[in-house]
Design a protein around this ligand. Sequence first.
Ligand SMILES: [Zn+2]
Length: 410
Amino acid sequence: MTNKHCRFCNADLKRTFVDLGRSPLANSLLSAEDIERGEASYPLHAYVCDDCLLVQLQEFERAENIFHDYLYFSSYSQLWLQHCREYAEQMSKRFALNGHSLVVEVASNDGYLLQYFKERGIGALGVEPAANVAKAAKDKGIPTEVAFFGVETAHRLAAAGKSADLIAANNVLAHVPNLHDFVAGFKLLLKPTGTATFEFPHLLCLIEERQFDTIYHEHFSYFSFLVADKIFARHGLRIYDVESLPTHGGSLRLFVCHADAPFARTSGIDDLIAKERSAGLDRIDTYAKFAEAVIDIKCELLDFLIEARRNGKSVVGYGAPAKGNTLLNYCGVGPELVAYTVDVSPHKQGRYLPGVQIPIRAPDHIFKTRPHHVLILPWNIKEEIMERMAAIRQWGGRFVTAIPKLTVLP
Ligand SMILES: [Zn+2]
């Protein structure tokens, strides 16, 4: 067995955060033909580094293989689009962006965010590794570099005269196997007075709300503020402001500048550091306890599904997010217990969840089969889903969520 090393500080990784067994890649939805062939699965084992406390997975599948034909088109969630519109509005004001400014988004997907800067006449440039998704952005008139972001890409863009007033890195830091190369790229592409913002799910929420299903192979790292601070400092960058956001079950948005840039550090940073310390995020025993909570969730969900089955009550899913695949694969729940799930994305309909092979239908299917329970897999947007599917109550249908504990919603 080879030694595992921390992707930030290179110390040996010995301590388990949580071991979720073997799981297929969470975003590799299956076609009917794929089901005949069998699937690869990989250990889904999160470690915490004893030295720097970074929670992380090892890279089992090359990032290139995970992301080259990605099925997640950001534009399908209305709530997410609203979040992006607000981001564009706030940043344009705060940094007085105009027609001479350049906003770069790293992992720009189908241009879902940059479209709002473009609307305001602000220069926009996307960097996106998945060619099919980048094409959707280009079709909207958003220039997009098809590449992984890192030192090499940043050098190329800088050599072409690009220098960013604002770089947005929303929900990408966690997806990066080579953390040092990625963060070093920001140092190269950012203007001396520019700001980079990073959004990522907050490890504090993951631990406190038992959000273990946000662990999947595509998420290599799980950050507290305390650890993120050390990572940026290592690369000559400095966090000068922070916001807590409700997205993805609780995220942080960091405002990062060059170490010597004239941005004053806000008091919000000290408040957050105090909060993380009082939650024990600076102590290894806090991390060592997490795995027990995850076993409790598995037992609660299985109890519920088995009892529903015994009482002749049907259960179906809503959504086909990566987190649903972690939950269902870890708990061993297949179509015998959750007959099907539904998703608004036409790219997902007609396919199957990996591993557990639960079929994905269009949302209307729920109105045809009238199930007793709808298990909401993307619990982070449950309000939006309950509103959209409110009509299930006409036949007494109830919504259910499994995280942070099994709950049948009123
Ligand atoms: Zn470390």
